[in-house]
Design a protein. Structure first.
Lengths: 330, 712
């Protein structure tokens, strides 16, 4: 095994300063993904900067009634937080749909956002992968890809983003805060994950050396009536083959507001804005839900073996929006 | 319903639940596994596997690696000790993969090309990962599909008769009122026990001493003796605790590599496989493509039976996944044909994975029976009862005992089968469609010659020595109970020592044969000791020992069809809009002879049934056509059932006396797996009206099938 340095930091500026001085260093949160990748040789940091003890583990209301979630809040604490469960139930459900109890106890919000894809080519050094070794090729295009992207992919990479949490955050317009040596900054989640294009190895718009400090959820009354549904190849402990975060506000049989985001279909959580546009102001009916899904999925470009995801996502949109509608009627 | 005992039951230990005698050691961590046992001066070996699927090694650049910290040696085809691979062992000719580092040919991804040995495991790994091996690559073929042009019928394979045939198949099919003609596939599956394979080898006073994790130390010792041209008496192999085997823990390259390295370095060397290496080096279940043709009269009586199964093997060794053997036991017909075909591909050689042959074979055959029942408008259990044979359908031999219908009867009663509406696609609960299914199970009850020694100690206790392997089955406990009954003493007075080749030859833990084979040897030795003790007199300090060897008794056993049987029942829920399948209930009822320890037996049945569930819904290794290797070869990528997938499982058994067998044990290691995948697939059909003939029944397949059914 390659030796690496380890340091624990207790303040944000110290963390940023340490990383800035060492381009081969990585921040270590719960380590539930990074350490696995180190074991596989995919990540080879010279130094780990352990940020778990940073004072970023709070969940609090913002002045405008949103929620600010610290970057080191564990997935377990996030899912159990009463205000998250009350105001953004799909977020708690999404977190609980991921990994296992032990992993959620370790994993942090910041680390969850920065998870790497579980594409089997990415994690295997004996095979080419443009995300791991730019320019080496993408064997998934013609190889194993039955759980790969149908939206927004490119000829260079068809991997999906594995996070459940990020799908709910995308539906709720989360804003990601970070700190760099030059000061703080923030990115709306819509801009946080970059399109794949010909640079699949560059996954986020975070500036070099940046440390994620937290995630802010703007106030969104519609989010209180929301749901996350995940479909996977076993009942637990597997990444999604398709998932959906949905929030719905129906009044007098008219959709006042709807939020939709899909997981496991793209290199990032996929906010379904086309579907939302089709639905907003219209009826809450199965036909309308299906038409909205079709509008979003019109741009899908499935590969040979993952076309079923189009059907799956369409069915999930109809099923989950129907459930939310029926619950609102009660 | 629990059977009592077939052997002298004065203490009644056999048939009574008993916790594992080494259970406390295992749960407290006191039990040490192969890779944990300390040795002075221990060095660590790390295997380097080929990354190409076919070709020759051009060079192994060992010089830079030898300069790395702690590195002691790099063994490869240019410098490794020679081994002898031209011999016939316990199971026939050795797999050529045991002849590591003997030549420059690479026949598959994962072929061992070097062993790096260093002072620490970490140093060995780092150096192994740094070692540059260059290849002259050749085109490869790893594509398995039905009707591959290279398919052939194996001739004179020692493990199986490839083909059996009687009657005029086409004529009987033509005369049948009802015909089922379908193709079924099962994917490549892997057995990955929790404990990785690990072996430590050293020379000790002129003897080779290997501390291993295996399923049979007699087997491993005898093969190592042959490979290294040693006197068998000068090889000792021990394997005290084993964290699962499932057919994967026989001979693998790591044991050979450890012996080579200790021979070169004159110090103990340990080689442990990584999880990913296990996917290439310890065998796997071949994918299968099976075609089944059944022809029957309108009342379900079979006129024609045809089961043809294609599997793969490597280019260096022939292994047959014996999927078509079930029909030779289960169902007779006027015309009866079974056939195995093989395709040689540039992949590692498959091996015995729990319920080899019967697991994939029963998925196809017991699915086809269900399809025939549907076409005949018959209850699936009634169809099986209609076709219950009097004697072996191919051999004509009598059955030692055959209580498969008793299993169906008891299972149907407990499952509530009588209330079942046979029509598919009718039951809904919210988003879930519900269905139930059943299937038969069978597995051969074999036995292998074994020796045992039982000693009456001066302190009033007894020591049993037998080279058995406890791979998690509870073998040590089972032998304690068997010896207690034979000696007519309390189990607490008996100490059982196992897994040491110095105890003398014994059967390995495999093929559901271990417990039956060992119990036989222990019973004979204990009987003799009891008779000698009955003569009275003081026990000397060294004790009194009686020994046994069952070879002659086994030879004298009457030729019969000897098998375990069972009936599997399942209830599933299917959401056809998402493709999710959830198993809600499993029930297995078995006729498996004497059940030695109901506590561990139930665990073993339930474990087998969980394997069947996992096979039905989850397990599938993906071979990358471009590289010839696997994609996602780890326990994150290779899915098996998680706890949340495993529902209420019940397992029980019916009385199944075997009058002419001195032990009465049939073996239960594999039968729990057999038929479960078919019972689940049949239940999925009952829930949805769609047949799934390709495993695993993944969500995308359910979704596509639902789409197809809607368009049709």
């Amino acid at each position: 095994m390659r030796e690496f340095g380890y340091e624990r930091v207790f303040d944000v500026s110290g963390a940023v300063a340490l990383l800035g001085a060492d381009p081969d260093a990585r921040f270590l949160g719960g380590g539930t993904n990074l350490v696995d990748l180190m074991k596989a040789g995919v990540e080879r940091p010279a130094r780990l900067i352990d940020v778990r003890e940073l004072p970023l583990d709070g969940v609090e209301f913002t002045r405008d009634g949103g929620l600010r979630i610290g970057a080191t809040v564990t997935n377990s604490d996030l899912a159990a937080h009463p205000e998250v469960r009350r105001h953004y139930p799909a977020l708690a459900q999404a977190v609980l749909a991921g990994a296992s109890g032990q992993l959620r106890n370790m994993a942090t919000v910041g680390g969850n956002l920065l998870q790497r894809t579980r594409c089997g080519y990415f994690t295997d050094l004996s095979k080419p992968c443009n995300k791991r070794a730019p320019g080496s090729g993408c064997p998934a295009l013609t190889g194993e890809h039955h759980n790969h992207a149908i939206l927004g992919a490119s000829e260079h990479c068809v991997a999906t983003h594995p996070s459940d949490m990020a799908v709910a955050l995308a539906a709720f317009d989360a804003v990601i805060s970070y700190e760099t040596a030059d000061g703080p900054g923030e990115l709306p989640i819509a801009d946080f994950y970059l399109p794949v294009g010909d640079t699949p190895h560059i996954e986020t718009a975070l500036p070099p050396g940046a440390l994620i400090t937290g995630v802010t959820l703007p106030p969104a009354p519609v989010a209180a009536h929301s749901r996350y549904r995940k479909v996977r190849e076993r009942a637990s402990y597997a990444f999604a083959i398709g998932s959906i975060a949905a929030a719905l506000d129906v009044q007098d049989d008219v959709i006042r507001e709807v939020r939709l985001a899909f997981g496991a279909v793209a290199s990032r959580p996929w906010r379904a804005r086309a579907a939302e546009r089709v639905l907003t102001g219209g009826p809450a009916s199965a036909e309308a839900f299906a038409a909205a899904a079709d509008a979003e999925l019109a741009g899908a470009e499935p590969l040979a073996e993952n076309g079923y995801k189009v059907t799956l996502i369409r069915n999930l949109v109809v099923a989950v929006l129907t459930e939310l509608t029926e619950e609102a009627d009660r | 319903m629990t059977t009592t005992t077939g052997i002298a039951a004065v203490t009644g230990a056999v048939g009574s639940a008993h916790t594992r005698v080494e259970g406390r050691d295992k749960v407290t961590g006191a039990a040490r596994y192969a890779a944990e046992i300390p040795f002075a001066e221990l060095a660590h070996g790390w295997l380097v596997l080929s990354t190409v699927a076919r070709g020759r090694i051009r060079s192994v650049d060992d010089a830079p690696v030898l300069a790395m910290p702690g590195v002691l040696t790099v063994l490869h085809h240019r410098n490794a000790p020679r081994v002898e691979t031209d011999y016939v062992g316990m199971l026939g000719r050795p797999n050529p993969v045991l002849g590591i580092f003997q030549h420059d040919r690479v026949p598959f991804v994962g072929w061992p090309v070097a062993l790096v040995v260093a002072e620490t495991s970490e140093q060995a790994r780092e150096a192994a990962e740094a070692l540059v091996v260059r290849y002259d690559e050749e085109p490869h073929d790893v594509a398995f599909f039905a009707g591959h042009p290279g398919a052939y019928t194996p001739q004179n394979n020692p493990m199986v008769q490839a083909e059996t045939e009687k009657g005029d198949l086409e004529a009987q099919l033509g005369a049948s009122a009802v015909v089922v003609d379908e193709e079924y596939t099962t994917p490549e599956e892997h057995h990955n026990p929790m404990e990785p394979h690990a072996a430590t080898a050293r020379w000790d006073g002129g003897r080779l001493d290997v501390v291993d994790s295996n399923q049979g130390s007699t087997w491993v010792a005898s093969e190592l003796a042959k490979l290294f041209s040693l006197d068998p008496a000068s090889v000792r192999v021990r394997s005290e605790h084993v964290g699962g085997g499932f057919g994967s823990k026989g001979l693998s390259p790591h044991q050979v590599a450890a012996v080579m390295a200790t021979t070169v370095l004159h110090r103990p060397v340990r080689v442990v496989l990584t999880r990913r290496q296990m996917f290439y080096l310890v065998g796997f279940r071949s994918p299968t493509a099976q075609r089944i043709r059944l022809g029957a009269d309108a009342d379900g009586r079979l006129r024609a039976f045809d089961h043809q199964a294609q599997s793969l093997t490597s280019t260096v060794h022939e292994f047959v996944e014996t999927s078509a053997v079930l029909g030779r036991v289960m169902y007779d017909a006027d015309a009866h044909h079974t056939l195995h075909r093989l395709v040689r591909l540039d992949v590692p050689t498959p091996a015995w994975m729990r319920a080899p042959g019967e697991a994939p074979g029963s998925f196809a055959l017991e699915s086809a029976l269900d399809e025939l029942a549907e076409k005949c408008g018959m209850d699936p259990i009634a169809l099986r009862a209609r076709n219950e044979p009097e004697t072996g359908p191919v051999s004509g031999l009598p059955f030692s005992s055959r209580n498969v219908l008793a299993c169906f009867e008891e299972g149907a009663r407990r499952f509530g089968w009588a209330d079942r509406d046979p029509r598919p696609g009718l039951r809904r609960e919210g988003r879930w469609l519900l269905g139930t299914g059943t299937a038969a199970a069978t597995y051969p009850s074999g036995v292998g010659p074994s020796t045992a020694a039982v000693t009456a100690e001066a302190d009033g206790t007894f020591t049993v020595r037998i080279n058995a392997a406890d791979i998690g089955t509870g073998a040590r406990t089972a032998m304690t109970l068997v010896a207690a009954d034979a000696l007519e003493v309390d189990p607490d007075r008996i100490r059982v020592r196992i897994a040491d080749s110095d105890f003398g030859p014994a059967m390995f833990a495999g093929g559901s044969m271990g417990t039956r084979s060992w119990a036989w040897a222990v019973t004979i030795a204990a009987d003799e000791l009891r008779e000698r003790l009955a003569l009275g007199g003081a026990i000397p300090p060294e004790g009194i020992t009686a020994r046994s060897n069952t070879a002659e008794a086994i030879d004298a056993l009457a030729k019969k069809e000897r098998h375990s049987f069972g009936a599997q029942f399942s209830e599933v829920a299917v959401d056809v809009t998402t493709g999710e399948v959830r198993v809600r209930r499993l029930l297995g009822i078995y006729a498996a002879g004497t059940i030695v320890n109901p506590l561990t037996a139930r665990s073993q049945f339930i474990g087998g049934m969980t394997w069947g569930l996992s096979m039905a819904l989850h397990e599938e290794a993906i071979r990358d056509q471009a590289s010839g290797g696997l994609v996602g070869a780890d326990l994150a990528g290779y899915h098996f059932a998680a706890h949340a997938d495993v529902p209420l499982i019940e397992a029980d058994w019916v009385d199944d006396p075997v009058p002419d067998d001195p032990v009465g044990i049939k073996g239960i290691g594999e039968i729990g797996v057999v038929g479960v995948a078919a019972a689940i697939a049949n239940a999925v059909w009952h829930a949805t009206g769609v047949r799934h003939r390709n495993l695993p029944i993944r969500p995308d397949r359910v979704l596509r099938a639902a789409e197809g059914a809607r368009r049709a």
